[in-house]
Design a protein around this ligand. Sequence first.
Ligand code: MN
Length: 357
Amino acid sequence: MRKFLAYFIPILLAFAVGALGSYIQGDALKEWYPYLVKSPATPPAIVFPIAWSILYVLIGVSAGTMLAKGDMSVLRLWLLQLLLNFLWSVCFFALRSPFMGLLVILALDVTVIAYIIYTAGRRSAAAWLFVPYMLWLIFATYLNGYIYINNQKPKGKITMNTTAVKFALPALPYAADALAPVMSKETIDYHYGKHFKAYIDNTNRLIEGTPYEGLGLEEIVKKSDGALFNNAAQALNHRIYFDGLTPVQKVMPAKLEERIIRDFGSVEEFNKKFTETAVGLFGSGWVWLVENGKGQLSVVPTKDADNPLRHHLNPLMCVDVWEHAYYLDYQNRRADFVKAYMNLVDWDKVASRMSNV
Ligand code: MN
């Protein structure tokens, strides 16, 4: 019975600390951790609980082999590593400080190596059982260090107060009813006032307290994933979309027209290609006029929230073909909407987005 307890109690303790650590990770695991820039060597999320479960058994059995012999001398080092293990969850997840996490994990590395050296002279089995733990911790030190180094807040920003500047809903460059009847005031009220605003609000909420705070919308779209990417990309897509509309029909600037003719054959061919792509895109998404690094133009569709910046392309103009963009005015007639949209394009804005390649 004593021997059983000698093994059982350390294993139980290790798992209790693991469970407490997981509890502490709580909201940070959903709201903060997913948006950190992580090492490409980071294993899938499922690997962590499996690895830790195996390690806790090994850690427990290691202490058990000592305690079963009645050797209590190692207990202090063993408990210290367990305490540091717990403290890491507190520093990294509860305090959301990769820096403090790194300090704690370095202390843990030292403690675990000291434990191995100490037990090696007394009972080699106890030392060997700790080796996988040590190797995993060295890997975890690297992962934690990578996160610390790559998620520093941008420096050199001078602000009057500590409140980070949030993204604002950009004012429309025209009145809400100016695009009617092609785009009704109701559509603008919902699409701009509700959908676009929600993407901005969500982006502001999701970057709070993360390394994305203080970055431009384009940078966030390039680097983020998950919910933040969806909202930031939709915020950027709608910014380009609403900014690129005008109630006043404009003549296409010559430098844009030249490039369109060069890359599509004619303006009519471009219109046809753009419209067909928009009508043909299945489901929700966007159709873009983009330029690549050499200034060549093309028409590309993207799914859902995706933005050409993710594909190293510069977006010049876009049409929103999510149903919310046209359903109030056109119901299911997407083709009519896209055709009408072409008459609202502000070609000056499109040209102004071109790089001078
Ligand atoms: Mn939309």
